[in-house]
Design a protein around this ligand. Structure first.
Ligand code: DC
Length: 467
């Protein structure tokens, strides 16, 4: 099995120059996937196919044979046996490649070809979606970029040397248009994989970038993580050059950011019944406990917010929910969902969703973001278990991960009462702190280091509300 290096980035960032040099130094095969998209565009254009007509382009793929050949380390691409390596570099084919690259039939057609090459060789593969879609398990992932002007400048010089009459402004306009096409298409858009190392070639020399790649590959190789498909020895190079274990990388691969931009409103009928139930519950809770709320002015009137609280009793989700107009959701032990159907229906209506302890947190994070997206607020107890003596624990980073993935603000909550148990007639104070927005939380990404900083900020907010 080969060692795979995924190199993604926008047009003209210097990927092919750099990948060729790195491949030579490492003794790897360089795979230029852009040439495959270009060949499809070239073939279609030659046959007079309208590139915006998906059916016609899909039809042009039938019987099409694409081959990559390596002569002295250089890649040549053959379309039905004809070497088209020279003809696919014109501006017309570049724009055509960008157009066909957004068609699902084209991407599907090329996916297996690319994966097969990577499975059989030590490769450095450049493209737009190599680290995210084609080889999500590549041991080394890099994202190479440079400013649009710098890229246009380089391409312009290249074209001039070939005698192409395009002006700098035309080349820049082309680059901008292709950037737009590549990043805005629905499938496999150009984007940096979560675990890819970012390299900006505006400020780095070619040799410096090549050295980075060679170092990363040597590290991955020396750590013996040369397998990319059996899972047992899989690894990847992280931002600091260390090799990550498969489980960690898988987790981060899947942590696509899902910012809650426009939260849906809760269905008005549900909101109405919820309002009635909430009124009744507040009445009962106030009969049972000496219940007080502080900081209600801090509670956002919309949904899609995280409420992070210390954890003192089973009633906590409800004590918090009663201070919040929009329905909440909260995680509850799986076992609670296997009681009688009325109880299960009730807790579901009150917003509980199941978590299986120790089963990993990916599904839970996704469900949490689903709930926020649906317009509910999400109550999280970062400590996980209840605190008997009222002291606030260190907390886990799950709350920070949800906040980072959903990019949403966090309202800290402090639940206060004396003694270990929440008994009838006890004096209970639920305090809502000021919402901490994404900027204040310091959300930068989902790496373990980033999440620790965010979690600390949240725990400080909670602690300040607990006496
Ligand atoms: O890297 P290049 O300029 O030769 O690529 C030509 C076009 O192909 C580019 O506009 C985007 C597309 N492409 C893609 O969508 N996915 C890839 N893996 C490689 C290229």
């Amino acid at each position: 099995m080969g060692l795979n290096i995924a190199l993604d980035g926008p047009s003209g960032a210097g990927k092919s120059t750099i990948a060729k040099l790195a491949a030579k130094k490492l003794g790897f095969v360089y795979v230029d996937t852009g040439a495959l998209y270009r060949s499809i565009a070239f073939n279609a254009l030659r046959n007079g196919v309208d590139l915006s007509d998906e059916t016609a382009v899909a039809e042009s793929l039938k019987g099409l044979e694409l081959q990559l050949k390596y002569v002295d380390g250089a890649q040549a691409v053959l379309v039905n046996g004809e070497d088209v390596s020279g003809s696919i570099r014109t501006p017309e084919v570049s724009m055509g490649a960008s157009a066909v690259a957004k068609l699902p039939s084209v991407r599907e057609f090329l996916l297996e070809t690319q994966r097969n090459i990577a499975a059989q060789n030590d490769i450095i593969m450049d493209g737009r979606d190599i680290g995210t879609v084609v080889l999500p398990n590549a041991q080394v992932k890099l994202f190479l970029t440079a400013s649009a002007e710098e890229r246009a400048n380089r391409r312009f010089k290249e074209l001039q040397e070939k005698g192409d009459p395009s002006t700098y402004d035309e080349v820049l306009a082309d680059i901008n248009q292709r950037d737009y096409n590549d990043t805005h298409r629905e499938i496999a858009p150009l984007k940096q994989a979560e675990d890819a190392v970012l390299l900006d070639s505006t400020n780095l020399t070619i040799d410096e970038v090549v050295d980075e790649i060679v170092k990363a590959a040597d590290k991955a190789r020396s750590d013996g993580n040369n397998s990319n498909d059996d899972g047992s020895s899989e690894g990847g190079v992280s931002d600091n050059g260390t090799v990550k274990k498969k489980s960690e990388r898988k987790r981060r691969d899947m942590m696509e950011l899902r910012p809650i931009s426009k939260t849906k409103k809760i269905n008005p009928i549900r909101q109405f019944f919820y309002g009635i139930l909430r009124g009744i519950t507040i009445f009962i809770l106030k009969l049972k406990y000496d219940l007080h709320y502080e900081g209600l002015e801090n509670v956002p009137r919309d949904g899609g917010n995280i409420f992070a609280s210390n954890h003192r009793s089973y009633a906590d989700p409800y004590l918090i929910a009663m201070g919040v107009r929009v329905p909440i959701s909260y995680m509850a032990k799986e076992e609670l969902f296997h009681q009688n159907i009325f109880f299960t229906a009730l807790i579901k209506f009150l917003g509980a969703f199941p978590v299986t302890r120790g089963a990993g947190d990916l599904g839970v994070i996704d469900t949490s973001v689903d709930k926020l997206e649906s317009g509910r607020n999400l109550v999280i107890f970062p400590e996980g278990t209840r605190s008997k003596d009222g002291t606030v624990g260190k907390g886990k980073t799950g709350v920070a991960l949800v906040a980072a993935v959903a990019m949403t603000k966090v309202v800290p909550v402090g639940i206060n009462f004396e003694g270990e148990k929440l008994k009838a007639r006890k004096h209970v104070v639920v305090r809502f702190g000021e919402p901490i927005d994404v900027k204040e939380l310091g959300i930068n990404g989902t790496s373990a280091g980033d999440l620790k900083i965010v979690k600390k900020k949240i725990m400080e907010g909670i602690t300040s509300l607990v006496y």
